[in-house]
Design a protein around this ligand. Structure first.
Ligand code: AMP
Ligand code: GLY
Length: 423
């Protein structure tokens, strides 16, 4: 197949590596990509991934069989709608269904209508409304921007003044959501849907805070691992957990969106907290999670292209469940100095070849570029992901941390405790 992947992160690199790993002779294209992606796909250099007209024209001219949308921005810009109107298969929801991610208030309304378990939340547009809601729910306080904020619009804090200050910053330009705090381990579970049928991937856990021990600010994600062995203690098996969430969360949401005339064709990302009161949704995303995708796809053994094409073409019902290797996978994000607040960019990265030669390790690039085709430099906050697989989490952690130790980037930081509790 001729496949175009939109986006420039480690998630998109992981998707392309999974497609390449099928050894099916796919012709892979990416826009805008990064230095790592450029080694595995043809970069469509002048293509703006957020332009419905440009993406549609490129897909048409290049006879693209399938477009896979990585980040949320092209979805919100209507890229998937435009492709679908032209009859070009695309994996990614239209603008209306993508609001599941783009508007937290929309997501809460859909969950209410579909009877999906989630925490209580109040939408506030004034400081007084925020204060009333903060006091109603009590500490710890959860305040979120009601819009896209790349995972950084959320504060969870015991400090009421900090929660208020966070709300003030977003009230200036829109509404905020004040939520009830949910306690328990977090799980990211991805579902592929064609708007009707649903197929679950294997669960992963993301590490959202910047520093070890879940300290520091929220980030886009600093690492992840899959599978989650402790699900067995709680649910009997991963399969039972997945079946429960499929029944209580994914299927009702997909049905609800279909009934509203905005079918969800793409990746439904359920961010879950396993509370003492049952599994509850904290957020939905309308796309693959980053960095969870790096570990989930590292374990996928059935063809990704078939699964996503079946969803895009509307015959997922005929597709068997995806298959995952019984191996451990972890990914550790190497971040620039100052990430997430003010990442320092432009610095040289060394040692990537040595890191990638550690057994069981590969790299997924996030924010990298080559200067004049030569030196590799960091161009953003999350620079690259070391992805490791192995027989046990102990072995897998050793591999990942041996590899990341070989990479040089002045001032860079990474978490040292990814998957530590399961090793
Ligand atoms: P979100 O962007 O909604 O995923 O929030 C980012 C992170 O904040 C989540 O992954 C959780 O760690 C935390 N969080 C968000 N909402 C809640 C909540 N209601 N209770 C507890 N933690 C939360
Ligand atoms: N890892 C969190 C996200 O992709 O939103």
């Amino acid at each position: 197949m001729r496949i175009l992947v939109l986006g420039s992160g480690a998630r998109e690199h992981a998707i392309l590596l999974a497609l390449k790993g099928e050894d099916a002779g796919h012709e892979l294209f990416a826009a805008p990509g990064n230095a790592g992606i450029a080694a595995d796909a043809t970069i469509a250099a002048d293509l703006d991934p957020n332009s419905p007209a440009q993406v549609t024209a490129f897909a048409n001219d290049e006879h693209i069989d399938l477009v896979i949308v990585g980040p949320e921005a092209p979805l919100v810009a209507g890229v998937a709608d435009a492709l679908r109107e032209r009859g070009i298969p695309v994996f990614g929801p239209g603008r209306a269904a993508a609001q599941l991610e783009g508007s937290k208030a929309f997501a809460k309304r859909v969950m209410d209508a579909a009877g999906v378990p989630t925490g209580r939340a109040t939408r506030a547009t004034t400081r007084a409304e925020v204060e009333t809601a903060l006091d109603a729910y009590g500490a710890p306080h959860v305040v979120k921007a009601d819009g896209l904020a790349a995972g950084k619009g959320v504060i969870v804090t015991g400090d009421r003044a900090a929660a208020l200050a966070h709300a003030d910053a977003y009230l200036a330009s829109g509404a905020v959501l004040v939520e009830e705090f949910l306690a328990g381990p977090e799980v990211s579970l991805f579902f592929v849907s064609d708007g009707d049928a649903v197929r679950a991937l294997s669960p992963a856990q993301d590490f959202k805070r910047a520093y070890d021990g879940d300290a520091g600010p929220n980030t886009g994600g600093m690492g992840a691992y899959s599978p989650l062995p402790w699900l067995n203690d709680r649910f009997g098996s991963e399969a039972e957990f997945v079946a429960e969430v499929t029944r209580t969360v994914a299927e009702p949401v997909i049905r609800q969106l279909d009934a509203e005339g905005t079918p969800f064709i793409g990746l439904l990302y359920a961010g879950l907290i396993l509370t003492d009161d049952g599994v509850k949704v904290i957020e939905f995303n309308a796309r693959f999670g980053d960095p969870e995708t790096q570990v989930v796809l590292a374990r996928l053994t059935s063809p990704l292209s078939r699964l996503l094409m079946s969803a895009a073409a509307g015959h997922l019902e005929d597709e068997p469940d995806p298959v995952f290797a019984d191996t451990a996978a972890i990914t550790v994000v190497l971040a620039s100095e100052g990430y997430p607040e003010q990442p320092v960019t432009g610095r040289t990265i060394t040692g990537t070849d040595a890191a990638a030669s550690v057994p069981g390790v590969h790299l997924a690039h996030a924010a990298t570029a080559r200067v004049d085709g030569g030196a590799l430099v960091a161009t953003g906050g999350r620079v690259l992901c070391v992805v490791a697989t192995g027989d046990t989490f102990a072995q897998t952690r050793e591999r990942a941390y041996a590899a990341i130790g070989m990479i040089g980037l002045e001032g860079a930081h990474f978490r040292t405790d990814i998957a530590a509790r399961v090793a």
